[in-house]
Design a protein around this ligand. Structure first.
Ligand code: FEO
Ligand code: CA
Ligand code: CA
Ligand code: CA
Length: 596
């Protein structure tokens, strides 16, 4: 195949209608089962208590809340990758503390902060299909939780630099914790990349935030997690470098439970959505990354060294030595990648960048300096498995084109963009494939999301097939089907512009024809996020995040349970009571490839 568009792929199911039910709905001939919900033990640890009564110490041995990006790592059986036995890494993005504790956020305490911190981070679990059912293997030597208190090392150009040093860590090389782990990536050498997104909301600073704090949204209000009240390092007025230690991509080796995770600073410090890994034509490692906030940028990292299959040690520094680029989308469907390298493109001491560590700690300011293209909230990025064409979801941006902020550009063409869109690009080709190592690309808009029934023409979008808005999760299966997951905010879900689009959902697109079919609808008040499959494509794993979330995120148990009882509402064998985030596995009743 040449460096063209992908060929048409079979999409075999009958699409389903929108839904407002408190259930995961899938097409006829498919079945969804619950695998792993908030509070379930990762190994042979403490059982879930339905009244929120598990302690912080117990939470540290159980599934965190708010499941997000994830990946299935198959065991190798002989020379074959197993499709019935693997390790799963699952992100736990954040907490609704009203649901997390028995008494909600009343009587706020050090123990409640510790439990909230233990419910963030990542789960590593062992999973197996036995007797026709997928289950978590307990006990498992691989099982572990990584939380907002785990010891994590630091590598790359910012490691040990002045900006990362704190009273607790005078060497700037040991950071406690990872949190707000949103989307992810995985490497060809079998490791997991977890991405720190809205880290700013955990820090409180003084009334007069510095320009650097403001650029990352650190203020005196916080997002309401209240960690700073009992854990002083989240008081940024007292510990101004502590926020610099978050906003990174963190590498985890699921196969080596004794190995601490590593923050890879060469990949930049932003509100990292995901870190999608592919290879350049010459074998260099390329990582695509979005910074999910209105008017932020799309990045890619290109390693200096070449990926060496089977040589773990040779691959260990590939994410430390390389170049970070940011995207400029031109008006004529042409684009280019601009290097964020100290001493180049105005990234000099005179402009406030003393060295490469400063360029990386202040990645957003560096991208501002080079005039990158401001996008409508870049979320997941997916690379077509055959053509190498790259797709990014731009979830929405209601500030676009309004009086206070920049106008439209060709890649972000709609004012008050409530429904979002998907942009794609093709890197300049080499060796018959779009080469991820190229610095020039061509781009176009794959689709504008919207509601075809909307009274306002600009909000109808141009989807061929089933309607949706706020695309977020984006993933290609091995055959090249594009899976799209939505994250409509609970403040507008099933209301106003979104009145006809139902609960959050997952759809499949044929990128050759643009045809879109709705595959799954979620329970009430949830987001659909996180997707991975077995190598044979016969089991698909999807996360249901924050079922029952009301418009206000720090919800009370009574409010949330009035909205949703999922998973109990669908799987009555699970305890009644609080709604719980969870991983579901979806299979075809005839055992065929999901989506095919
Ligand atoms: Fe955590 Fe941008 O979604
Ligand atoms: Ca997301
Ligand atoms: Ca989102
Ligand atoms: Ca979310």
């Amino acid at each position: 195949s040449g460096a063209g568009r992908a060929a048409k792929v079979p999409i075999g199911f009958d699409p389903i209608p929108v839904s407002q039910l408190d259930q995961v709905r899938v097409p006829a001939g498919y079945r969804a089962e619950l695998l792993y919900a908030w509070g379930d033990p990762v190994s042979d640890g403490p059982a879930y208590r339905a009244d929120g009564g598990n302690s912080a110490a117990e939470q540290g041995l159980q599934s965190g809340s708010h499941h997000d990006g994830m990946h299935f790592f198959p065991f190798v059986e002989g020379k074959k990758l197993s499709s019935t036995h693997g390790l799963m890494c699952i992100n736990h993005e954040y907490t609704d503390d009203g649901l997390l504790h028995t008494g909600g956020m009343a009587d706020w305490s050090a123990e409640k902060v510790a439990k909230s911190q233990a419910a963030h981070g990542v789960s590593v679990i062992e999973v197996k299909e036995e007797g026709g059912r997928w289950q978590v293997v307990r006990p498992s030597a691989y099982a572990r939780r990584i939380t907002a208190q785990s010891a994590i090392t630091v590598s790359g150009p910012a490691a040990g630099s002045a900006g990362l040093k704190t009273a607790q860590d005078p060497h700037g090389r040991l950071i406690f914790g990872t949190f707000n782990n949103c989307a992810m990536g995985h490497t060809p050498w079998g490791t997991y990349l977890t991405c720190e997104e809205n880290f700013n909301g955990y820090f409180k600073t003084g009334k007069n935030a510095t320009p650097d704090e403001k650029r990352y949204g650190i203020n005196d209000k916080t997002a309401g997690y209240r960690w700073h009240e009992f854990d002083e390092r989240f008081d940024a007025a007292k510990h101004p470098n502590e926020p610099h230690r978050f906003g990174w991509v963190v590498e985890i080796d699921p196969w080596n439970p004794m190995q601490p995770p590593v923050k890879r600073t060469a990949l930049g410090r932003i509100k990292h959505e995901g870190a999608t890994v592919t290879l350049a034509a010459d074998g260099r490692v390329v990582v695509y990354m979005g910074d999910d906030e209105r008017f932020e940028y799309i990045y890619k990292y290109v390693s200096r060294g070449i990926y060496q299959p089977g040589d773990r040690a040779a691959n260990a520094s590939l994410l430390d030595e390389g170049t970070l680029y940011v995207a400029k989308f031109g008006e004529e469907g042409k684009g280019r990648w601009v290097a964020l390298e100290h001493g180049k493109n105005g990234l000099t001491a005179e402009n406030g960048f003393a060295d490469q560590a400063q360029v990386l700690i202040r990645t957003r300011q560096a991208a501002d300096q080079v005039g990158a293209t401001k996008m409508d909230r870049p979320e997941w990025i997916a690379v077509h498995p055959k053509s190498g064409e790259v797709y990014v979801s731009l979830t929405n941006n209601v500030k676009r084109g309004t009086s206070e902020v920049p106008g439209l550009n060709a890649a972000n063409p709609r004012a008050d963009n409530v429904f979002g869109h998907i942009v794609r690009w093709r890197e300049a080709p080499a060796k018959g494939r779009h080469d991820a190592g190229s610095l020039d690309f061509e781009w176009d808009i794959f689709l504008l999301a919207g509601d075809p029934q909307h009274p306002e023409a600009s909000r109808r979008g141009n989807i061929k097939g089933d309607a949706f808005g706020s695309p977020d999760g984006l993933w290609f299966d091995a055959a090249g089907r594009l899976w799209i997951q939505t994250d409509v905010s609970t403040s507008v879900l099933n209301q106003s512009d979104y009145a006809r689009l139902g609960n959050n959902q997952m759809l499949v697109a044929d990128v050759a024809t643009g045809q879109v079919k709705r595959f799954l609808t979620g329970p009430k008040g949830c987001e659909i996020t996180g997707i991975t499959s077995t190598p044979d494509g016969r089991a698909l794993f999807v996360n249901i995040q924050h079922p029952g979330e009301p418009a206000s995120e720090r919800s009370e148990p009574a409010k949330a349970t009035a909205i949703s009882h999922w998973p109990h509402s669908q799987f009555p064998e699970t305890p009644a009571g609080r709604p719980r985030s969870g991983t579901v596995v979806i299979r075809r009743e005839d055992g065929g490839v999901v989506g095919g």
